[in-house]
Design a protein around this ligand. Structure first.
Ligand code: NAP
Ligand code: HSE
Length: 428
């Protein structure tokens, strides 16, 4: 029999325990598919006594993940602890230095240190694989690096944080305000230990930065990501946008433009009838666009034990089969620094505001927008009993600079009761 592929797994939480379960339950299937057994030599976590819901007898235990990473009986170091720095990074570096391949689900570590780690891996003749780091169970990294390798990618976008999509769709379906649904998500265990990673768009931004590197051959540049979270989205935005035929999504978009690489993760409106608009609850969706293939839509579970462990196994199985792909789909030394686009592609915008209900108020806003070259596509004023009138405007395409300049002038018109909310409308 061919020699087994021996794993050292650091981190036995949701994902790590899930990986151990699959390897135990599906040993025969994995061995048949890989042409060699996939075994676990050693594991590591903080607490040795914790019940992981799966037997660990028979595996060596290491308190220190760095020691685990260097063990002679480990071929592949599987990093499932999390955290951009600290033990995850130290153990990954140690594993590569000791000649091990690495499989990780850690988007934070790769978004911040991916280039250096990829260079180290290649210098050592090793691979780092990270299918589970982006959109959980959806095989999006494999699709981009392998399935679409013959394409010039034109755009990558998607909903890549299940927690935010749950919050936004639940606000709409139950008519509940953000704070209440945030608490619900917390009780359901959806939120990261630091919830700003989810609702601030950071977790999804990490994922998009990794996909952008593969798609456009650029060094991962999370620092250049334009980030905005969902904290300021109100139930009013969600219901009014629905009236106009849109859904609010925390949408990531990466595209190479004439001005450079545009990378943004922010609340956007998408048509309610589009696949992205119909995405409910904690599901993820990634849309890949290539010059030859056109548009591909991938949809599935972006988190959770089974889906994420499934993605980890995809990488493990590739290594077992001898499939060795560069971390970001091409040699790390050939990745180029991304020139960040200094201006976003023009777009239509949704503007929600409360106007003083007095003659000429609407005219003043229309004039202000016109002065900045912004044309109105649609407009709606809602019934009201107060002295202010809720007004919605959908603009034609305009630049973000023109919009910002116009928004700066709203206060001076003397007719706006509250600062207007502006949300980009994405063509999907
Ligand atoms: P988790 O449930 O919090 O588990 C983390 C594990 O790492 C725990 O077993 C913990 O040990 C162990 N650990 C933490 N610090 C350690 C240290 N210094 N030394 C040894 N072990 C240490 O996290 P998770 O949800 O499984 O996530 C793991 C990774 O997968 C993260 O990078 C995360 O971003 C990524 N990911 C998760 C999901 C998901 O759905 N959960 C989806 C995609 C990607 P103890 O158990 O003893 O505390
Ligand atoms: N917090 C992440 C989410 C987990 O909600 O999608 C998966 O990366």
């Amino acid at each position: 029999m061919t020699s087994p592929l021996r794993l050292g797994i650091a981190g036995l939480g949701t994902v790590g325990a899930g990986v151990v379960k699959i390897i135990r339950a599906e040993a025969e299937l994995l061995s048949a598919r890989a042409g060699r057994p996939v075994t676990i030599s050693a594991v590591s976590a903080r607490s040795r006594d914790k019940d992981r819901g799966v037997p660990l007898k028979g595996y060596a235990w290491e308190d220190d993940p760095v020691a685990l990473a260097k063990r002679d009986d480990v071929d592949v170091f599987v990093e499932l602890m999390g955290g951009s720095d600290g033990p995850a990074k130290a153990a990954t570096e140690a594993a590569l230095a000791a000649g091990k391949d690495v499989v990780t689900a850690n988007k934070a570590m790769l978004a911040l240190h991916g280039q250096a780690l990829a260079e180290q891996a290649e210098a050592e003749g090793r691979v780092i694989r990270f299918e589970a780091a982006v959109a959980g169970g959806i095989p999006v990294v494999k699709s981009l690096t392998e399935g679409l390798a013959g394409n010039n990618m034109t755009r990558v976008m998607g909903v890549m944080n299940g927690t935010c999509n749950y919050i936004l769709t639940r606000m709409e379906s139950a008519g509940l305000p953000y704070d209440e649904v945030f608490e619900e998500a917390n009780k359901l265990g959806y939120l990261e230990a630091d919830p700003t990673l989810d609702v601030g768009g950071i977790d999804a931004g990490h994922k998009l930065a990794l996909l952008a590197s593969i798609a456009f051959g650029t060094k991962v540049d999370f620092g250049a990501m334009q980030l905005e979270g969902i904290e300021r989205i109100s139930i009013d935005d969600i219901t009014r946008a629905a009236d106009m035929g849109y859904k609010v999504k925390l949408l990531g978009v990466a595209q190479m433009t004439g001005r450079g690489l545009e990378q943004r993760m922010s609340p956007c409106l998408v048509p309610a009838t589009s696949p992205l608009g119909q995405l409910e609850n904690a599901t993820n969706m990634v849309v890949l666009e290539g010059d030859q293939v056109g548009q591909i839509v991938l949809r599935g579970a972006g988190a959770g034990e089974g889906p994420t462990a499934s993605a980890v196994l995809s990488d493990v199985m590739d290594i077992a089969r001898g499939i060795r792909v560069s971390t970001f789909g091409r040699p790390a030394e050939t990745l180029v620094p991304a020139t960040a686009a200094n201006e976003l592609q023009p777009a239509a915008y949704y503007l929600r505001m409360d106007l003083q209900d007095k003659p000429g108020a609407l005219a003043k806003i229309a004039t202000l927008l016109g002065e900045h070259g912004i044309s109105i596509d649609r407009m709606r004023q809602y019934n009201h009993e107060m002295s202010t009138a809720p007004v919605l405007i959908v603009t034609h395409k305009t630049t973000k600079d023109a919009l910002d300049a116009a928004l700066d002038g709203f206060g001076a018109t003397g007719v706006v009761a509250t600062p207007p909310v502006a949300i980009r409308i994405e063509e999907v």
